[in-house]
Design a protein around this ligand. Structure first.
Ligand SMILES: Nc1ncnc2c1ncn2[C@@H]1O[C@H](COP(=O)(O)OP(=O)(O)O)[C@@H](O)[C@H]1O
Ligand SMILES: [Mg+2]
Length: 373
């Protein structure tokens, strides 16, 4: 087992002047499950392939344990990779596919058989060892690809979107299996996905990339609770965090008819700006008034908070999501609000919402950086 260190590692593809991976700096702990996540083209596969030795490192270094592997050929790195398309040999049986790398390495036959059988047991593949890949389901093929990596007992597992060829239900099952297996084997793993739910449910830590630049590395919990910038805030979480540009006022920000308190320290970070961008997750609104009727009959005051017109209601049973619009600073803005599944508002009505105390995220509108602690 081993740590993995990306030390300012950079990849600039020939003919390009912009790095595909730009000074990547991450230390992955021994036995850790690290997920690299980000939109298509952000440099996930390139980062993984640099670690595998399948892509040059133009600047910086990569280490496995205390070995500098930056310029080592793939076969000398002691890693095993699981690809998106599994890359199984169609003419070989499951057992031969799983044992192939060991055979090439000159491992004695009996030892290979033992290792393949052990891995097959772990992966529930024992009864399929004699079959060819074409006689397997997608999920079984995926497990053979995992088995082929496991039998090598590498220092590091690398996986590039290994679930993207499975249907939705199987993908959910398999992600639990892979995460469980990784924990059992305790092998340092770098896992690539574009799916933030996969990242959040599988990783010990998650690293978010955008345009080749690392945005944040954190535990799933911290990533959700304290996104470091507007990009991470919008990328992690489904439905996405509401991000609303609001005017700064005395002691806070103006949110519809209410003032949401924001600390002086946080607002100091927005020095010289008239607005900040406030982030509120759909589950962090309090509904102070539904339909706009009740409170008006009791008082002549304008209702507190922000008026949201309900356009669509998505009912999920336990919860409902209101997709609505609100007028903020003269512009119409889309908003998502989670509501009780048993009390969903009707389409076309109005809600007044305020953010729950302590559940607002404040970002600089100009730099995107998080301002709240
Ligand atoms: N072999 C290559 N030659 C030139 N550019 C490449 C090559 N592979 C990837 N790229 C570019 O590098 C960037 C990162 O690609 P990649 O690492 O594959 O992204 P991801 O896996 O996150 O979708 C993209 O802009 C992509 O077009
Ligand atoms: Mg990729």
């Amino acid at each position: 087992m081993a740590t993995v260190t990306y030390d300012q590692a950079t990849r600039i593809y020939p003919g390009s002047d912009k790095p595909a991976v730009d000074k990547l700096d991450i230390t992955i702990e021994d036995g850790e499950f690290l997920v690299l996540v980000g939109p298509s083209g952000c440099g996930k596969s390139t980062s993984l392939r640099m670690l595998a030795g399948l892509e040059d490192v133009d600047e910086g270094a990569i280490r496995i344990g205390d070995r500098d592997v930056t310029h080592l050929p793939p076969k000398d790195r002691d890693i095993a990779m699981v690809f998106q398309n599994y890359a199984l040999y169609p003419h070989m049986t499951v057992a031969d596919n799983m044992g192939f790398a060991l055979k090439i390495a000159g491992v004695p036959k009996a030892e290979i058989r033992q290792k393949v059988e052990d891995a097959a047991k772990i992966l529930d593949l024992t009864e399929y060892l004699g079959r060819k890949p074409k006689a397997l389901s997608g999920g079984q093929r995926q497990r053979v690809a995992m088995g082929r990596a496991i039998v090598r007992e590498p220092q590091v597992f690398l996986m590039d979107e290994p679930l993207s060829n499975l249907d939705a239900k199987l993908r959910v099952q398999t992600r639990t299996q892979i995460a469980g297996l990784q924990r059992r084997l305790g092998i340092t793993t770098v896992y690539v996905t574009h799916d933030q739910v996969e990242a959040m449910t599988m990783g010990d830590r998650v690293a978010v990339l955008k345009d080749g630049l690392l945005q944040q590395v954190d535990s799933p919990r911290n990533m959700y609770d304290r996104p470091a910038n507007l990009f991470v805030a919008g990328f992690i979480g489904s439905p996405a965090m509401n991000l609303i540009e609001v005017p700064i006022t005395d002691g806070g920000v103006k949110f519809g008819n209410s003032v949401v308190p924001v600390s002086r320290e946080a607002l100091a970070g927005a020095e010289g700006e008239r607005t900040v961008t406030v982030g509120i997750r759909p589950e962090h609104f309090d509904i102070v008034e539904q339909n706009g009727a009740a409170a008006k009959s009791l008082s002549t005051d304008t209702p507190a908070g922000l008026a949201v017109t309900v356009n669509v209601v998505e009912e999920l049973g336990a919860d409902g999501y209101v997709y609505g619009t609100a007028e903020v600073g003269g512009a119409v803005k889309d908003l998502v609000v989670r509501v009780n599944g048993r009390q969903v508002p009707a389409k076309g009505t109005q809600l007044h919402v305020v953010p729950q105390p302590g559940e607002t995220h404040v970002f600089s509108t100009s730099t995107g950086k998080r301002l709240t602690g």
